[in-house]
Ligand binder design. Structure first.
Ligand code: RBF
Length: 348
């Protein structure tokens, strides 16, 4: 009996040891608790709030975790080079988590990841479910576009100093892509038309995310054609849009970040993304082994990740009280769930 017990105990111990040896390397592997983090910027950081705030958020998470410094890699504006640059970054073997942002990145990360099965990718501002190496988080840009459109609609149909009789709003975009064409633009148009179905949209494309001179020329042209309020979604090229609006006494509604300081009195409202908070919380979760890989999230106004800056003094100073009352009413309908603005995920 004793001998049998001993044999049994030894067998169990051996099994436990085998189990530990088998599992320990996996549990410590790059993928489970990534601690070596690199941010891949598909563009440049300067002048692009959405990338700058991603770096700030990831930096905070890495610092708090006491991990060694965060690598920040700027891939530049030539999109044809991004795949090769991402591959080279991952192939160094020095990073087990890549944090990146924009709707084109999930597919690229999934493709590059195939050759590096232990690598993990956190893709903000993008959506791709069921990729085991990825976690993606899409912003509800139906809401973001709608709120921007509603403000622009109130302004172009209203009696503010720079508003004209034409019911025309402008949109200046960096380039076409599915989220822009199927989520943001329809959201913006729906917001405008909720104010007045007769409002027209004048849409122009810069063709890149940096050319401020082109942004300025496009906005000037729009204003000449009767546009009195413009939504620029064109990265660094937006500074040109601000310039054209300042010169002509027209207005701007802003996406993504607080840009009131760019042109006080001209920038009327900002519908922001809490990209820094998102980068921080999801990078932290990844480093703690708490991020669900293979999952695609959508976050919006209800979670606080999309927000209209209605408390900003610049908004209160620049926008008439009756228009602000209408905005407050809209925000109330969204937060109460009376108005549901969902992302048409099946369309892309
Ligand atoms: N937004 C920027 O502000 N700067 C950029 O350099 C930039 N590059 C982009 C490149 C691609 C391929 C795509 C699909 C989007 C890009 N965006 C950029 C847009 C950004 O992801 C987001 O959709 C908008 O900022 C609106 O929230």
């Amino acid at each position: 009996m004793r001998n049998r017990n001993r044999v049994f105990i030894v067998a169990v111990a051996a099994m436990a040891l085998a189990f530990l040896f088998d599992c320990a390397p996996k549990a410590k592997s790059a993928s489970a608790n990534p601690s070596r983090v690199a941010v891949f910027i598909p563009g440049v950081r300067a002048g692009n709030a959405i990338y700058d705030t991603m770096v700030k958020g990831a930096e905070r998470a890495v610092k708090e975790a006491g991990a060694t410094g965060l690598k920040v890699f700027e891939a530049g504006f030539n999109q044809a080079e991004w795949e090769e640059k991402l591959t080279s970054l991952v192939a160094t073997g020095e990073y087990d988590l890549i944090v990146t942002s924009n709707p084109s990145m999930p597919e690229l990360c999934a493709k590059v990841g195939k050759a590096f099965p232990k690598e993990r990718f956190l893709c903000l501002d993008g959506y791709l479910p069921d990729e085991a190496q990825l976690h993606t988080v899409l912003y509800n840009q139906t809401e973001q576009g709608y709120v921007a459109g509603y403000l622009a609609g109130l302004v172009t149909t209203g009696t503010m100093k720079g508003s004209n009789a034409a019911k025309k709003a402008g949109l200046v975009i960096g380039q076409h892509y599915p989220v822009m064409d199927k989520v943001i633009v329809p959201g913006f148009e729906a917001g405008l038309r909720a104010v007045d179905p007769g409002i027209a949209v004048d849409e122009r494309v810069v063709g890149n995310w940096y050319d401020a001179a082109k942004g300025q020329a496009l906005a000037k042209d729009q204003i000449g054609a009767g546009v009195d309020v413009i939504l620029p979604i064109c990265g660094g090229a937006a500074t040109g849009v601000y310039k054209a609006a300042i010169e002509a006494g027209a207005y701007v509604v802003v996406f993504d970040a607080d840009q009131f300081a760019q042109a006080p009195g001209v920038v009327l409202g900002c519908v922001i993304l809490k990209q820094e908070e998102l980068a921080y919380s999801r990078t932290k979760a990844a480093m703690e082994g708490k991020l669900a890989w293979g999952k695609a999230e959508v976050v919006g106004m209800a979670d606080g990740y999309v927000a209209f800056l209605d408390k900003a003094p610049e908004y209160i100073a620049a926008v008439q009280p009756e228009l602000r009352a209408k905005m407050a009413e809209l925000l109330g309908r969204i937060s109460s769930g009376t108005l549901r603005l969902e992302v048409p995920l099946s369309r892309f």
